[in-house]
Design a protein. Structure first.
Ligand SMILES: Cc1cc2nc3c(=O)[nH]c(=O)nc-3n(C[C@H](O)[C@H](O)[C@H](O)COP(=O)(O)OP(=O)(O)OC[C@H]3O[C@@H](n4cnc5c(N)ncnc54)[C@H](O)[C@@H]3O)c2cc1C
Length: 383
């Protein structure tokens, strides 16, 4: 694996870094308080090509490899995890699934819209009764006599839920378990489709997280993504790469923590010297720095495997598990460096900790990733 960035990768990182410094980081605290990022940011992300990374140019994508994708997500995550998550879901989970499993018609219809930011996607797998145990979902899709499917049921915790124009919905069309699930691309303005925003989140407050409800929502068979009964394959393929994008976002959080903590430690004086002079403060900073480096290398390894066509699912679990726990640790350590000032929202580290906390929960909890890694090591399924 070559750790030297190519000219294109370095350029895209620079573009993402300056965009983050100019248009995201200065607004992140206000968006967090307002419980909404500025929606115009989506069009700007589209214009820069960040919503089409790794997708073919013929469908509006901007090309690029998965390492470039990770570099952009690290920068966005450094600025505001809420923005990073919008991209990870609409591009990483939805557009990439359309590209991988869609018909030519589905690609031509959805990809130019999703990559430009004209449309936003959400990924609707989790239900109130099935989180980690997603294969037991109960939302139903029933085939009607005219060939249409009728969807009934509900989803929860859906990122981009109230903003999305299209939902990638996983519904039961057959037998219990993962073989009875089919994926559908469902426009969110159809009759019977309702969305309710979830308020009061600990972090990621700028994101529109929602409950979705389907009451006989009718879609044509052309809305089906992939084969009948193969929806769980679509979901797992999306999440295997999605976990890399969460990991990249976590590297961004940990870096933001490091930069804020180093700056503060140089400015704040106690006992007549900057607190950076105290060895125990340096220990906290060193811990964050090691977490940043280690999480980034594990994340880049996944990107490298994807780009070289090597297996990457376990590597993705390893990176996501480590990077998410590292981001929480980094934010906690950074808050310690800030002392009491870290506890009030005039300073950014409290938000970093709140935003980091969900990373060990979604796209597979830390426990689920430990089980996945354990299964890969032993061949024994301990779920
Ligand atoms: C802000 C936010 C955004 C989200 N966005 C999306 C989205 O866009 N789309 C989507 O589909 N979902 C989304 N989710 C849902 C997320 O993926 C789930 O919350 C996650 O999968 C965990 O499911 P759960 O919350 O039901 O927890 P549960 O599955 O009920 O788990 C509770 C606890 O039990 C543990 N546990 C469960 N099973 C086992 C086991 N076999 N062995 C050991 N421990 C176990 C878990 O690790 C956890 O600690 C989001 C969640 C949040 C909070």
């Amino acid at each position: 694996m070559d750790l030297e960035l190519s000219e294109e990768q370095a350029a895209v990182r620079e573009l993402a870094a300056s965009f983050t410094d100019r248009e995201i980081a200065p607004h992140a605290a206000a968006w967090d308080r307002a419980e909404s990022v500025d929606r115009a940011i989506i069009g700007r992300l589209g214009k820069l090509g960040f919503l089409g990374l790794t997708l073919p140019e013929e469908y509006g994508g901007s090309g690029g490899d998965h390492l470039a994708y990770c570099l952009v997500l690290e920068e966005l995550g450094r600025g505001d995890s809420a923005v990073r998550g919008i991209v990870s879901v609409s591009l990483g989970l939805v557009a990439k699934s359309v590209n991988a499993f869609g018909t030519e018609e589905q690609k031509r219809h959805w990809l130019p819209r999703l990559t430009s930011g004209e449309a936003l996607g959400c990924f609707a797998l989790t239900e109130p009764g099935t989180g980690s145990d997603a294969a037991n979902l109960t939302t139903r899709a029933v085939r009607e006599s005219d060939g249409h499917w009728s969807l009934s049921g509900g989803k929860t915790f859906i990122t981009n839920g109230t903003w999305a124009d299209v939902a990638l919905v996983f519904a039961r069309t057959g037998e219990p378990g993962h073989r009875g699930i089919t994926a559908f691309l469902v426009p969110t303005d159809l009759p019977g489709f309702t969305r309710t925003e979830i308020h009061g989140k600990l972090g990621l407050r700028g994101q529109a997280t929602a409950e979705l409800s389907f009451d006989g929502v009718r879609v044509p068979d052309g809305a089906r993504l992939g084969e009948v009964g193969k929806g769980f394959t679509v979901a797992m393929a999306a999440l295997a790469k999605g976990r890399m994008s969460v990991a990249a976002g976590c590297v961004g959080i940990a870096r933001a923590c490091l930069e804020a903590a180093v700056r503060y430690a140089g400015e704040r004086e106690q006992f007549g010297v900057p607190i950076a002079s105290h060895q125990l403060v340096q220990q906290l900073l060193a811990g964050i720095a090691v977490d940043v480096e280690a999480a980034r290398l594990l994340t880049w390894k996944v990107a490298d495997h994807i780009d070289r066509g090597l297996p990457f699912a376990t590597e993705s679990s390893v990176a996501k598990l480590f990077a998410s726990e590292a981001a929480v640790r980094a934010a906690n350590n950074a808050l310690q460096v800030f002392g009491g000032y870290g506890f009030i929202d005039e300073y950014p580290v409290g938000k970093y900790l709140r935003d980091a906390r969900v990373m060990t929960l979604y796209e597979g909890t830390s426990q689920i990733h430990q089980l996945l890694i354990g299964r890969a090591l032993t061949g024994v399924n301990a779920f």
